[in-house]
Ligand binder design. Structure first.
Ligand code: MG
Length: 378
């Protein structure tokens, strides 16, 4: 098969790209990490694992964190794959950027917590981020060959998760198992719960803002239950480009790792005739208040998105331990975001402080009132 070279090129393409590309993989045991290992095994001519880091909390200030910083900055590493869960991925990502490394980023929390910091480091060191998140991979692909001025808005699709059709009044009794049963994607527990609340889509709005440098007003969300259209870009002439694929993370991983080449046979293409129908619907703001909440935090800027992210991680963790109800997750996050101190200047220290404050805030306050419940007709 001939590989078509996309017209879009990053500004500072380091060439020649070595083959195999040597990867440092942060977060090897999670769902994305295991799929990265699959791809490396299937393409030994293209990729080699130079360093594999798993199971250590990189947010520690201790020896483990220094070892991780060294591993991701190693001169022999060509690309750092960041797939560790949540906030723990921030410090090693900044270390890798400081060493001028390009990053394939699966952990959206890094951009949510500290998007502005990440952007500063990228500019300073000429490094780049290739998104692994499927929606952002779709947008990235739609932008290949396009001019910035031609883009009118980004349209993120979201499946709506397992509770798209569930009567609102029964959300009160959602069990952990029900929330973990995502209809389309097989993912880790934290992101699966985020998909059920659609906080995942809210975090992705913030992620898209920082990745593509687009104002929040030009980022929309639409519900698409089949998860075949992974996202879209609308252009100034009224044209809309979409990227389609079956829900399989191997594809966005392969695109981020292999860029600017496409790898042969990563996954099967969707059979549209067999699918028959693709449907779209407006986001229901009462069912999914997390999206507007995330957007508010994003627009407020400073450490507000870091508070949102940490409060959400903590509330989800408590739900998974059976210590919060499903309907208490988003109100807990809102309570933290609304009672956070006026936004501070964004530095690694203020981000970490905001993160700790928000976690403690969620742990020490009870779930808060359920907005879903309070907005239901009496
Ligand atoms: Mg996604």
């Amino acid at each position: 098969m001939t590989h078509v070279r996309p017209a879009f090129q990053p500004k500072e393409m380091r060439s020649p790209r070595p083959s195999p590309r040597r990867l440092a993989l942060l977060g090897a045991t999670g769902s994305i990490g295991r799929q990265v290992c699959d791809l490396v095994e299937r393409h030994p001519d293209r990729f080699a694992l130079h360093a594999v880091i798993a199971g250590t909390d990189a947010s520690d200030a201790g020896r483990a964190a220094r070892a991780i910083a060294e591993a991701v900055s190693d001169p022999d590493v060509d690309l750092v794959v960041v797939a560790a869960a949540g906030a723990a991925a921030l410090a090693p990502t900044l270390s890798a950027l400081d060493a001028g490394k390009d990053i394939a980023l699966a952990t959206k929390e890094v951009l949510v917590m500290a998007g502005e910091l990440v952007r500063q480091r990228m500019r300073r060191h000429g490094s780049q981020i290739f998104p692994i998140d499927s929606e952002h991979s779709a947008i990235w692909q739609c932008l290949w060959g396009e001019k910035e001025a031609a883009v009118r808005r980004l349209i993120l699709t979201g499946s709506g998760g397992p509770f798209l059709r569930r009567p609102l009044e029964t959300l009160e009794s959602v069990t952990i198992a029900e929330a973990l049963a995502h209809p389309r994607w097989k993912m880790g527990p934290k992101i699966t719960i985020d998909s059920a609340t659609m906080m995942n889509k809210g975090l992705e709005v913030i992620e898209a803002h920082f990745l593509f440098d687009v104002p929040y007003s030009a980022i929309d969300v639409i519900v698409h239950p089949q998860s075949v259209v992974h996202s879209m870009v609308e252009f100034v002439d009224g044209s809309v480009k979409a990227q389609l694929g079956i829900p399989d993370m191997h594809l966005p991983i392969a695109i981020a790792l292999g860029f600017p080449e496409r790898l042969d046979g990563v996954t099967t293409a969707p059979d549209l005739a067999a699918l028959g129908q693709l449907s779209f619907e407006a986001l229901d703001a009462i069912r999914y208040p997390a999206v507007a909440l995330a957007r508010e935090a994003g627009e407020r800027g400073g450490t507000a998105p870091a508070v949102l992210n940490a409060a959400n991680e903590e509330a989800v963790a408590l739900f998974l331990k059976g210590q919060r109800r499903f309907v208490e997750i988003v109100p807990s996050v809102r309570q933290a975001v609304e009672s956070a101190a006026p936004d501070e200047e964004l530095t690694l220290d203020t981000v970490i402080a905001a993160d700790r404050w928000a976690r403690a805030q969620v742990r020490t306050t009870s779930g808060g009132t359920s907005r879903v419940r309070s907005e239901l007709p009496a």
